[in-house]
Each structure stands twice: as C-alpha cells, then as structure tokens.
Design a binder for this molecule. Structure first.
Ligand SMILES: *[C@@H]1O[C@H](CO)[C@@H](O)[C@H](O)[C@H]1NC(C)=O
Ligand SMILES: *[C@@H]1O[C@H](CO)[C@@H](O)[C@H](O)[C@H]1NC(C)=O
Ligand SMILES: *[C@@H]1O[C@H](CO)[C@@H](O)[C@H](O)[C@H]1NC(C)=O
Length: 541
C-alpha cells in the first residue's frame, strides 16, 4: 500500500513539476495562481467539449460549409471532437495531479511546458468559441436548448464536485490566517448557494408525467438514410423505408432537358461532393443543373464518394453486399422516388432548387407537377413545400398537403403544417401549436437527446439522418414530474450539505487536536486519522 502511495506521489509530482527525485526545496511564489489557472482552463475545456458534443447533431452543417470553402471533403468535425477530448483529459489530469500533491502536502510547481500547452489550449478554445459566435451563429440556440436536456444532470455533477472540493477548501480554511477566513467562507458559500439553488431556474419539457407524454414523433428520412447509404440515392430511400419512416425528404433540381432529379448541392459545389463528375467530365465547366442533360447526369456515379469519404463513419457497419450496392448508385429522378413512395405509401417532401437562368418558377413547378401526375401517386402523399408558385399549385393540384417553412407564412395561408429548423420554435411554442392542432415537423434531428426533448415537447415529426437509431427509441431518455424532480434535487442538496458539514466539523476537530499535540506528522497519523487520511483512507495504511 505504502509503495502504491509513493508511486502516486512521485508520478503526480513528476508529471506536474518534472521533479522526479524529490520535491522542490524552495517554496515557489505564484504556485497558487498556477493552480487556479489549471482549474480555470479545465473548466473552460470541459465547457468546450460539451459544446462540441452538443453540436455533433449538426456536424454535417459544419463539414458541408468547410467543403464549400476548401473544395475538398474531410470530416473536420471528428478532428475537432478528438482534439477537444484530448485537451480536456490533459487539463483534468493536471488538475488531478495537483490535488494529489496537495493531499501529500507537497509544494506545487507547474512545469513550464505545461504552462505553454495550457496557454495554447486557451487560445484554441477562445478561437473555437469566437468561430462559433462569428460564423456559426445558428448553432448557439442549440447549445442553450441542450441545457433543457442536460441541466438536471449537470447540477448533480456540480454538487458532487463541490462536495469533493469542499474537503480541500476546509483544509485550507483551517490553515490560513483568521482574517482571510471570512473571505474564503463567503466565496465558498456563494458558489455553493448558486449550485444548490440553480434547479429553481431549470425548466424542461421533460418535466412531464407519463400520462401526459405525447405520442412519439414520426420520422422523415432526410435524403434517405444517409448514414446507411449514399444520400439522395434509391438505396438510401429503400433503407429508410425499411426504418418505417412516414416521409422521404429530398431536394429536387431540373436537368437541361427539364427532367426533375434528386441532388442537394446546387451552388458552386454542384455534383462535386457526391459524384465523380470531376473524373467523368473533366473538361466541362459545370456550374448548375441546367448544364447537363438527365442522361449525362445518370452516367455519373453517386455512391463511390460515400465509401471513400465515409461522411458519418458508418461504412464499416455495411455488409460487403451493401457496399457493392452503394458503389453502384446513380442519381435518381424524382419519378423513381415517387414510384417508391407510392409503393410503400410514404409521403414525399422536397426543396426545389433553381439556379439555372432559363425558365421561370412556373415552368419548373409545372415540370414537377407533371412528373407527380405521371407517377400516379396519391396526391395526399405530397407535402408541398416550395413557396414560389403555391397559389397556382393549389389551383391546379388540389389534393396536395401544404406545408410552410415558417409560422407567419402558414398563418397567412390558413395552413396547418409547419416545417422549421428545430431551434426556430421554443419548446413551449411547439406545445401551443400542437394544442392548436397544427402539425410541426422539425429538421434535422439526429441525436437521441434532441429527439427526446422534442418528443417531450410534442413535435409531430422530425427530419432525421438516423432513422435506424431513432426508430428503436422507445421512450425519451428521461422524463419525470416536476414534483419528483424537486424532491430529488432537494435530497441531493441536503445530502451534500450534511457531508460537507461533517467534513468541516471533523477537520476542525482534528486540526485543533493537531495544534494541541504539535505539528509532528508521525504523531498525527498515529493518534487520529488526520484530515488528509480521512478523506483518502488509503494513506493511513
Ligand atoms: C449496377 O447497376 C446497373 C444499372 O443500375 C446494373 O445493370 C448492374 O447490374 C449493377 N451492378 C451491380 C454489381 O450491382
Ligand atoms: C397510407 O397511409 C395513410 C397514413 O399515412 C393511411 O391513412 C392510409 O390508409 C394508407 N393507405 C394504404 C393504401 O395503405
Ligand atoms: C416565411 O416564408 C416565406 C415563404 O417561404 C418567406 O417569403 C418569408 O420571408 C418568411 N418569413 C420569415 C419571417 O422568415
């Protein structure tokens, strides 16, 4: 046991200060400041890691944006996550080593290399946060929304951390001069009160009883099942039909010969991300959908990129046969999708992109409506989203369901369906709309925590990349009545306060008895387990 202890002691000192043989002889000034710095950077890196993990739901957003800028696909998001996890672990380990040294009563002296790494870490995190604030603003509401799912657990974690740290604070408290004790006590009490009472400010749609829990939201397949097959290909839609989705979500453009086909990218990166256009037509300058006939478009391969870039790191889950099918995918026409939808009785919702110069909205819309008629699909399965020629569509094709991309457009047209990004409506607003019999579809929801939250709020459906995961979710990650939560947090707070009070009294007593018996360390440990040893029982063996 003693051997294990000394090993811990040497390791933590060596890794923290680079004094492997014995501890620093002279007391370093500022060691306390550096400890505070390590603590602050640890907290900062934890926050940053939290932000990254929450933003994981929208990784596609970031990677797509970077593809537009750099013109080359790479899963940058994964790199950021891995880097942040490493940085956070590094900071937390440093903090742990520092605490171990305090327990052993050693002097702290942070090595200069750690100081440099920590400064670099701070700079990178600040850069990352300003990057989000400056260029990815639409992610900010996601982060505040996530607190409605995580805040109760963060509070429990904070209470646990506070209880643990209190033992160190009390130790310090008994050692410092009488007049600074008051300050320490006030600061500690203020922090503790903030943590203990924060549940008063926590609200979440998941404070709900089982009997009031809304129906599970239906799933709309975002470009098919893009984690299981290349997006917007027939394979992707077939895979999503197997998940039991109620709608296919896709993107429609018209070719030069006015045949509607399925393709998301429509600006400078048209066809480049998801097809082999650069190899097939190297000398053609292709800027938009109107530059190629449907035959030329169909000759492109729309599946190899998926196996090559593995955009969701999911290719390894595919069987050899599935990989073969994926490799052989081409760009489908809208007609092919409508036939699949008709066969499975699944709705279709799509964005309509027009970047070509020729033609006007009416012509494009007419070409689409023609295709829909030709497919002979039940018009009730078409969720009409493009706003351009809505009035004309209503007149010529009366059976469509009209769905609006914001609430004001819906109100103006007396509609009853909205389709918005999940951050555009508050949880309360979703409840109000649902109480008003309005169907609310929210895009793009991939992660369980977000799905759970929107389920509690009562969303009618969500557009998702991960139908294969969400279809198996049987209930929200957590939900409980507000009364139950109140009981739990009060219980947790009281338990923590009792433990802290016990620690305080205990350390105070041992401190007094130590004073009485002199400061001889050996004597202390033989007489009564001292503060250190009490909190870390393995020391006394
Ligand atoms: C690939 O697709 C084409 C046409 O879609 C088909 O004729 C061919 O048999 C397929 N090849 C494989 C290996 O599936
Ligand atoms: C198709 O699905 C709708 C619900 O989405 C249902 O009401 C209808 O009966 C289904 N039709 C067929 C032919 O299965
Ligand atoms: C709502 O949607 C309509 C049509 O899509 C658009 O013209 C309008 O600007 C949108 N309003 C807001 C507030 O975004």
């Amino acid at each position: 046991m003693r051997h294990v202890c000394s090993c811990w002691r040497v390791c933590s000192r060596g890794l923290y200060s680079c004094y492997w043989r014995e501890s620093s002889s002279s007391t370093r000034k500022m060691s306390c400041c550096w400890l505070s710095f390590v603590t602050v950077v640890s907290l900062l890196s934890l926050c940053w890691l939290y932000i990254c993990l929450i933003s994981f739901n929208d990784q596609e957003d970031l990677n797509g944006q970077l593809f537009k800028w750099l013109n080359c696909w790479f899963n940058w998001f994964m790199v950021i996550i891995i880097f942040s996890a490493v940085l956070t672990s590094y900071c937390l380990l440093l903090l742990l080593f520092a605490l171990i040294q305090i327990v052993f009563g050693e002097k702290l002296d942070l090595h200069w290399l750690h100081k440099i790494f920590l400064f670099l870490g701070v700079i990178i995190i600040i850069g990352g946060i300003s990057g989000i604030v400056g260029m990815w603003k639409r992610e900010l509401p996601t982060i505040s929304l996530s607190l409605q799912a995580t805040a109760p657990f963060l509070q429990f974690g904070a209470v646990a951390a506070l209880t643990l740290i209190s033992s160190f604070v009390f130790q310090a408290f008994h050692k410092i001069k009488k007049n600074s004790r008051f300050l320490v006590l006030v600061v500690f009490a203020a922090v503790a009160a903030g943590i203990f009472l924060s549940p008063l400010f926590i609200h979440s749609p998941c404070f709900i009883e089982l009997k009031d829990l809304p129906e599970k939201p239906k799933l709309f397949a975002h470009r098919g099942a893009p984690m299981l097959a290349p997006e917007n290909t027939m394979m992707a839609f077939e895979r999503s039909a197997a998940c039991g989705v109620t709608a296919f979500e896709t993107d429609v453009q018209l070719s030069k010969d006015r045949i509607p086909f399925l393709m998301h990218d429509n600006e400078s990166e048209f066809l480049r991300r998801t097809t082999n256009v650069r190899n097939m037509l190297p000398q053609r300058a292709i800027k938009s959908n109107m530059d190629l006939t449907f035959e030329e478009i169909q000759n492109l391969n729309a599946g190899e990129w998926f196996l090559k870039t593995d955009p969701f790191r999911s290719v390894s889950q595919l069987s050899e046969e599935e990989k073969q099918t994926a490799r052989n995918q081409t760009i489908p026409s809208l007609l092919q999708l409508l036939e699949l939808a008709k066969h499975h009785n699944i709705s279709v919702i799509f964005d309509l992109y027009r970047t070509g110069k020729s033609g006007n909205d009416r012509d494009d819309t007419a070409a689409i409506i023609d295709t829909i008629r030709k497919s002979n699909i039940n018009p009730g399965l078409i969720l009409w989203l493009p706003p351009g020629e809505r009035e004309w569509v209503k007149k010529t094709s009366p059976g469509f369901v009209h769905i609006y991309s914001n609430e004001s457009a819906m109100r103006k047209n007396n509609g009853t369906h909205v389709n918005v990004r999940y951050t555009h409506l508050s949880m309360n607003r979703i409840r109000e709309l649902r109480a008003d019999s309005i169907t609310v579809n929210l895009w793009v929801v991939n992660e369980r925590w977000l799905f759970s939250l929107l389920w509690c709020a009562g969303a009618s459906s969500v557009t998702t990349n991960s139908c294969h995961l969400l279809k198996d979710v049987e209930q929200p990650d957590w939900f409980m009545s507000y009364q139950t939560y109140t009981k739990i947090w009060i219980l947790v707070d009281v338990a923590s306060m009792l433990i802290m009070a016990a620690l305080f009294v205990f350390q105070w007593k041992t401190h007094c008895s130590c004073l009485r018996e002199g400061r001889n360390r050996d004597e202390m440990s033989s007489h009564f387990s001292v503060g250190d040893a009490a909190t870390f029982p393995f020391l006394s063996s």
